[in-house]
Ligand binder design. Structure first.
Ligand code: PMP
Length: 397
């Protein structure tokens, strides 16, 4: 008996793709920040705004009215209708709320459902990198093969279609896009997106498009969804949610729209694994679509102002920085300092108490950069920039 216990290894029970998965590089870095109140954080990727009041009030009202039940598995019909109306109006793509729309626990769940519904072991998923840390992890957990398509600052971190073509093999199945992009803030110009759509059609790829930052685009940019191009709706899984544009990260509401057969497959996983998103948060999300557009635009304008301040300040500190056209991240190059992105981030934290995320945490193409999120109070950004300038001046080799 004791022999059996000695030989017991809990780790041996864990499935290989999960056992071998590294922990998120962002979290690992933020363990270093935890508990330090003196730190200015340009680290965490979430709005610094509290959710607009009318949205919070609708959540309170929902509870007050005793709405405490499950909803239909796919989500409240009124919310699905409002989502589909919204996508028709602002994204030029029309989905049927009854069969082509599913409300999820954030885009995180939507992404997981899409991977689990589409990937057979060994299927290749091409994704732009540097990227949101969950992408390669989700592919690996679904037993797929992540294939990074590295984007570069000389292309404003957009996709080079010729590079994409080179990565396609008979095993390529999915192309995963995220514009505006976390961590680079890049958008894909419409002409590039059209070329990508043609490549997807020629090579019979399914496109998953994560458009979670799509309301947050700046200057003359107009967000265009790849799903709106001819022949694309039928091969595109569209992911979006309320976390970023409506400052609702804690409500955990996202959605996925796509062709009915794939939606049916994702619906089954969602039904058995999740049941439904919480009713309180769904009612709040409905209110966001009904009445919070003005608040959303006000927050976007504020990010735009802060983007201008941070990019100007980073360049002034001697760091090259592409002007991000969307989301709320800047992604300056720190190559001129001679440090790795991790050395830079750790040194900046230690010497100047400013937290940024090493670009290497975002996968291939991220080394040589750091991510500085500007969803932070303006005076904090200005102070952080002063400290970054001092740090760069003192540490450049
Ligand atoms: N996609 C991207 C690109 C993100 O940056 C994030 C959050 N950082 C998510 C998806 C997940 O968002 P949520 O689950 O809150 O909707």
């Amino acid at each position: 008996m004791s022999n059996c216990i000695e030989n017991f290894s809990a780790e041996s029970f864990i499935v290989a793709p999960v056992r071998d998965l590294p922990k998120s590089g962002i979290r690992e870095f933020f363990d270093l920040v935890a508990g330090r109140s003196d730190v200015i954080s340009l680290g965490v990727g979430e709005p610094d705004f509290t959710t607009p009041w009318n949205i919070r009030e609708s959540a309170i009202y929902s509870l007050e009215a005793g709405h405490t039940s499950y909803t239909s598995n796919a989500g409240l019909p009124a919310l699905r209708k409002a989502i589909c109306d919204y996508l028709g109006k602002y994204y030029n793509v029309n989905y049927d709320p009854a069969h082509e729309c599913l409300v999820t626990i954030g885009v995180s769940e939507a992404l997981d459902l899409a991977m689990r519904a589409l990937i057979n072991p060994g299927d290749e998923v091409i994704y732009t990198s540097p990227c949101f840390v969950s992408y390669p992890a989700e592919v690996l957990m679904a037993r797929g093969v992540p294939v990074p398509l590295v984007t570069r600052d000389c292309d404003n971190f957009s996709v080079d279609p010729a590079e994409l073509r080179k990565l396609i093999t008979p095993k390529s199945k999915v192309l995963l896009l995220n514009f505006p992009c976390n961590p680079t803030g890049a958008i894909a110009p419409e002409a590039v997106l059209r070329e990508i759509a043609d490549i997807a059609k020629e090579n019979n790829l399914i496109v998953i498009t994560d458009e979670i930052y799509s309301e947050l685009v700046y200057d003359d940019c107009k967000h265009v969804s790849i799903a709106s191009f001819p022949g694309m709706k039928e091969r595109t899984i569209f992911l979006h949610g309320f976390s970023k544009a409506f400052a609702m990260t804690g409500f955990r509401i996202g959605y996925v729209c796509g062709p009915q057969v794939i939606m049916d497959a994702m619906y089954k996983i969602h039904q058995y694994a999740i049941m439904c998103a919480p009713i309180t948060a769904q009612e709040a999300a409905l209110e966001a679509l009904k009445s919070a557009r003005k608040d959303m635009l006000r927050m976007r304008d504020s990010y735009w102002e802060r983007r201008n301040i941070i990019v100007h300040g980073l360049r002034n500190a001697g760091l090259e920085c592409v002007m991000p056209q969307g989301a709320f991240y800047s992604f300056p190059s720190i190559k001129s300092t001679g440090m790795t992105s991790r050395e830079f981030a750790e040194g900046l934290l230690k010497e100047e108490s400013v937290a940024v995320v090493p670009g290497s945490a975002f996968g291939p193409g991220g080394e040589g950069y750091v991510r500085a999120c500007y969803a932070t109070a303006e005076d904090q950004i200005i102070e952080a920039l002063k400290r970054i300038k001092r740090f760069v001046a003192q540490n450049s080799k």
